[in-house]
Design a protein around this ligand. Structure first.
Ligand code: KG4
Length: 340
């Protein structure tokens, strides 16, 4: 008999439900929340309310697209954290109630583990291309920037991580600072394609080991834009493509320097990326190019699995389920999770 897992993701501003059967994707439904756009960032209280409105229709739609009845489910996987507490509470409570009503187990998942394992979701009519263990994953999102060594689907070691801002935060905050809009990553990515990445220089941090820092480059950009605007109020408008291209290149250089170092230190040449920023076209081509040059095997997730989605939670939950893990009903969501 197949193991059919319903995944539920509600850690930030996307309400998502997905169904997988023995690791094969049957459906993946995502309701994004436009309500935050006007505020230039996610408003936690509004996110929780939108999750409450979305969760029932999103789960129903995921089951219906999968052609699966609730009674066919084997287990429910849900994001326990990290994320916004109110948002997580909606998904966690829903998973508990549904698990209780159907008398099936629930399995908690660390959201970051979901991002790392997103590439393991198998899809009909798509080639199955998965890294072999051990591999390194550059996990880059709005809340995290880490280099993770993955020895098995449940065995993760963080080799390096940001000591301040995440790289996605740098994209988002700097986009806001430049008046370009929210979320900043996709906007900067689009403008960067039309710009000259060698035109401007931004300071790179000098952090020991495999850790990252992205707060300095934010300040560097802030002062640069402020000084140039004082000389020419139209500077931003005239140069935004080149600024975005140069800024994005600096962020990618910072990410790649440490990733190259991590491969050198571990000798592991299977390299994957995951998280929202792994949608960045500059990062995707750079990692492919470096991989080709250095003899790495590189793995890029499909675009639809880069940002928050429940398919990645379902696949991570599936591995936990196979390992015999079951989550008690008194579990509470957590906004921070120190480790995997
Ligand atoms: O993984 P994710 O959806 O949420 C977290 O778990 O944090 O990542 C969201 C982040 C945002 O910072 C967003 O700006 C960034 O991913 N992002 C991108 C791109 N698409 C999304 N950053 C750079 N280039 C993109 N194309």
């Amino acid at each position: 008999m197949s193991d059919i897992i319903l995944g539920i993701e509600s850690s930030c501003d996307d309400t998502s439900a997905a169904v997988i059967s023995d690791g094969w994707l049957l459906s993946n439904v995502i309701a994004s929340q436009d309500v935050h756009r006007a505020f230039g960032g996610v408003v936690p209280e509004l996110a929780s309310r939108a999750h409450e409105q979305n969760i029932v229709p999103v789960v129903s739609e995921a089951l219906s697209r999968a052609g699966v009845q609730a009674r066919d489910l084997t287990a429910i996987a849900f994001t326990r954290g990290p994320g916004l507490l109110g948002s997580l509470l909606v998904g966690t409570s829903f998973a508990k109630a549904m698990g209780l009503a159907l008398d099936i187990p629930i399995v908690m998942v660390n959201h970051l583990q979901g991002h790392v394992l997103a590439g393991f979701v198998k899809e009909k009519d798509q080639p199955v291309v998965q890294p072999s263990f051990p591999y390194l994953c550059l996990l880059v999102s709005g809340g995290n920037s880490q280099i993770v060594r993955v020895d098995s689907p449940l065995d993760f070691t963080i080799l390096g991580q940001t000591i301040d801002d995440a790289v996605g935060e740098a994209f988002d905050k700097c986009s806001k600072m430049m008046g370009l809009g929210y979320p900043g990553g996709p906007i900067i990515d689009r403008l960067a394609k039309q710009g000259d990445s060698r035109r401007f220089k931004f300071a790179k941090p000098h952090i020991p080991g495999l850790d990252y820092s992205f707060s300095g480059i934010k300040t560097s950009l802030l002062y640069f834009v402020r000084d140039e605007l004082a000389k020419d109020p139209a500077f931003m408008e005239k140069n935004k493509e080149d600024i975005c291209a140069s800024f994005q290149k600096t962020l990618i250089d910072i990410l790649m320097d440490k990733l190259i170092k991590a491969v050198g230190q571990t000798g592991i040449k299977e390299v994957a990326i995951g998280g929202g920023v792994s949608a960045n076209s500059g990062l995707r081509s750079r990692i492919t190019e470096e991989g080709r040059k250095r003899g790495w095997k590189t793995y890029l997730p499909a675009f639809k699995f880069t940002t928050d989605n429940a398919a990645m939670i379902a696949i991570a939950g599936y591995y936990h389920y196979l390992a015999g893990e079951r989550t008690p009903l008194d579990v509470a969501p957590v906004s921070r999770m120190a480790d995997f």
